[in-house]
Design a binder for this molecule. Structure first.
Ligand SMILES: C[S@@+](CC[C@H](N)C(=O)[O-])C[C@H]1O[C@@H](n2cnc3c(N)ncnc32)[C@H](O)[C@@H]1O
Length: 305
């Protein structure tokens, strides 16, 4: 694909929505939850990617599942919001006492684990409206990578729902992507496309930057942020290859929403998009220093609210 290919439409979301016809392509399975803007697939390929992503993240975080300054104790309840394949919850179950109750929720049940320990449960629910009965229940709430799911208007709602569901003194930990890719033309152009895609669906591409303030405004105490830079590309050995493969797969998974929106003025065919992703992966391999940056924000519900 030529990098010189320029956008053909004006840079307004109205522009492409009104005029662009969907581009034919092989579609993967996507969630159908009413009103959801989530743009990644829910299929076997995505399940495998989530496994890889979990390994990549856990390695970057020093093999820690719990980043918040707390210890999960016997009898505690833990919630994993947007659990996906439940891999974080299942791994947590292996390292906490067997009477810790672990609950995973997701709008899409297709990726839920088929085998699980007795103390783990998975249920269909949205983070924007957690069950009434969960007030003051959880000692820890984990939520990882809902950047491509939650609209700007939904983030404060979700943080409020988690706050309501936390036990007094309980902790929330949120992991989000902050910045990714090289300073080469394929990556720079792709970041511009994603900004347009996200804004067209009211998604908050810079949620990681906004989270600390949103947490404080929701009433959380002890808000802390940790940043990690994950080397991405062949230049960083197997670790860099894994990071590259995971995140380039994320972008491949966004192909359907992009092509359904007519390519958003950036791409004209499935083949062009696929080639772009191949070129971008090579760019990460060739540009030493390429990283994917993530943020972990954690915060506490006051003991007395
Ligand atoms: C990128 S995946 C991450 C999965 C998991 N947190 C992990 O790190 O392995 C995002 C997940 O959020 C789910 N999701 C999207 N919107 C949601 C919502 N409003 N409430 C709950 N889950 C949601 C998606 O179905 C998907 O499984």
């Amino acid at each position: 694909m030529s990098v010189a290919t320029q956008r053909q439409e004006p840079a307004t979301t109205e522009g492409f929505n009104a005029h662009s016809a969907p581009i034919q392509h092989r579609e993967r399975n996507y969630q159908q939850y009413p009103g959801s803007s989530y743009i990644l697939p829910s299929d076997e390929e995505e399940q495998a990617r989530l496994e890889l992503q979990h390994r990549v993240l856990i390695r970057a975080l020093g093999n820690r599942l719990v980043l918040a300054p707390t210890t999960v104790k016997s009898g505690d309840h833990v919630l994993d919001c947007g659990t996906g394949s439940g891999i974080w919850a299942l791994d947590l179950a292996k390292e906490v006492p067997s009477d810790v109750h672990i609950q995973g929720i997701d709008i899409e049940t297709r990726l839920f684990p088929t085998t699980k320990p007795d103390n783990a449960e998975f249920a269909a629910a949205t983070a924007t409206n957690l069950p009434e009965g969960w007030a003051n229940k959880f000692a820890l709430v984990n939520q990882r990578l809902l950047i491509a799911a939650l609209k700007s208007s939904e983030w404060p709602v979700v943080l409020g729902e988690i706050h309501r569901s936390l036990a007094p003194g309980g902790w929330v930990q949120l992991l989000e992507a902050k910045r990714w890719g090289a300073e080469g033309p394929h990556s720079v152009k792709h970041r511009a496309l994603l900004e347009l895609l996200f804004s067209s669906r009211q998604l908050l591409i810079d949620c990681s930057v906004q989270l600390p303030k949103m947490l404080e405004e929701t009433g959380y105490k002890n808000v802390r942020v940790e940043e990690y830079k994950l080397p991405a590309g062949r230049w960083a050995g197997q670790e860099g290859i894994d990071v590259r493969d995971n995140f380039i797969s994320v972008f491949r998974g966004m192909k359907t929403p992009i092509l359904k929106a007519g390519g958003l003025g950036y791409v004209n065919s499935e083949e062009e998009y696929d080639q772009w992703m191949d070129d971008m992966a090579k760019e990460w391999d060739d540009m030493e220093g390429t990283t994917v940056d993530i943020c972990v924000c954690y915060a506490q519900k006051a003991l007395e609210v």
